[in-house]
Design a protein around this ligand. Structure first.
Ligand SMILES: Cc1cc2nc3c(=O)[nH]c(=O)nc-3n(C[C@H](O)[C@H](O)[C@H](O)COP(=O)(O)OP(=O)(O)OC[C@H]3O[C@@H](n4cnc5c(N)ncnc54)[C@H](O)[C@@H]3O)c2cc1C
Length: 339
């Protein structure tokens, strides 16, 4: 990379100058060190952004997107970033990064009776579950990076992991999202809106919903043929599940926002469904002489409705034995069978 490409492009400098003069209260970073830190995530890719912007609150993002919607700045892209744990480089951009993990980290409300929590999108999954412990509740969708991934990132990748057989994905637990569209308008999107809620929709949201609903109905057959019937759904626009054709064509826009990798809206807040923490947990370790036999028996094991099944081959097991935490697990793996 030449030193020329490290310097801020003139049009970005103009944008940053105008943002600095606006009501925006958050951090605007254009120094090379910060840009280099945000040039990588958990993927193999590297992409140097022009600036890294950390909003203090929802209104900052409204201010930012409204400015970006002016015709002179239309070519400037904004990529939201949570924990940066994505493996496909989804949060990287050569344009502007919106860092939600710095200030949008507040748990706004917990309602244990009705079993929901309202959070800002930069709240980390484990942070929420730590706060919920005293109520005997938890946010069920899980993932390996749960001590770093944010709920905004989980929403936008429709994340799930251990336990998804029983608890489903992030999108199954979104009751409401607060979203800012590219034109700077802000919308509360309910997963199960009542007639009253629909009446309160902004004209923009209602017109988008109507157009989408018409398209989904018109192409229903093709969508159901083309989308694979998978329980672990892929990231992307979930056209197959955002309209329920068995329930009066009910449209759940949160199913579409979830998995859209920040391309449809910036999510600033989420109202999330909570589950009771299970009273008991069991772990069964079964041993097979052949890896293929282990895979083949998965169907039989499903009959006992496990939360999840992990298959570990001897390669992984021998590597795990070298890890210091293995001593906490070794009772599950008796020497005589795992030698
Ligand atoms: C070792 C490892 C294990 C993993 N295990 C799992 C797993 O078990 N299950 C699983 O599902 N994934 C897994 N992942 C992938 C990753 O952790 C998830 O995709 C996670 O949900 C990303 O969250 P994040 O906060 O880090 O988001 P980021 O990586 O920062 O962003 C992910 C995407 O969401 C968008 N985004 C983030 N915040 C917002 C927002 N507020 N508004 C709009 N768009 C936003 C970004 O633009 C980007 O497109 C794993 C990754 C690693 C490295």
């Amino acid at each position: 990379m030449s030193s020329q490409s490290f310097s801020l492009q003139a049009d970005y400098q103009t944008f940053i100058d105008e943002l600095g003069k606006s009501d925006f209260k958050g951090d605007i970073n254009t120094d090379l060190a910060t840009r280099i830190v945000f040039a990588t995530d958990n993927s193999i890719y590297q992409n140097l952004p022009q600036a890294v912007i950390a909003p203090y609150h929802h209104d900052d993002i409204v201010c930012l997107t409204q400015l970006l919607s002016h015709s002179k700045f239309r070519h400037i892209a904004l990529s939201a970033r949570g924990g940066g744990t994505g493996t496909n480089g989804q949060s990287l951009t050569s344009s502007i990064i919106l860092d939600t993990s710095k200030y949008l980290t507040h748990i706004l409300e917990i309602n244990p009776e009705q079993r929901w929590a309202r959070v800002q999108s930069g709240v980390i999954r484990d942070q929420l579950n730590d706060a919920l412990k005293e109520y005997g509740l938890f946010f069920a969708p899980s993932l390996s990076t749960s001590n770093r991934a944010t709920l905004g990132g989980m929403t936008n990748t429709d994340a799930c992991g251990q336990g998804s057989r029983i608890y489903g994905h992030t999108s199954d637990h979104i009751l409401e999202s607060t979203c800012i569209f590219a034109d700077g308008t802000s919308h509360i999107i309910k997963s199960k809106p009542t007639k009253q809620d629909l009446k309160q929709n902004s004209t923009r949201l209602q017109s988008l919903s109507d157009k989408l609903s018409n398209q989904l109905t018109a192409h229903h057959q093709e969508i159901s043929q083309r989308f694979p019937k998978l329980s672990r759904y892929m990231t992307g626009y979930n056209l197959a599940q955002c309209q329920n054709h068995d329930n009066n064509n009910h449209l759940n826009l949160n199913k579409l926002i979830a998995g859209s990798e920040g391309t449809l809206a910036i999510v600033t807040e989420l109202k999330l469904n909570l589950m009771p923490i299970p009273k008991f947990k069991y772990v069964f370790a079964l041993f097979y002489t052949d890896f293929q036999d282990a895979l083949k028996s998965a169907h039989q094991l499903l009959a006992i409705h496990p939360t999840s099944i992990e298959t570990i081959d001897d390669n992984v097991l021998s590597l795990a034995k070298k890890d210091p935490i293995y001593t906490e697990l070794e009772d599950f793996f008796p020497r005589e069978v795992t030698r």
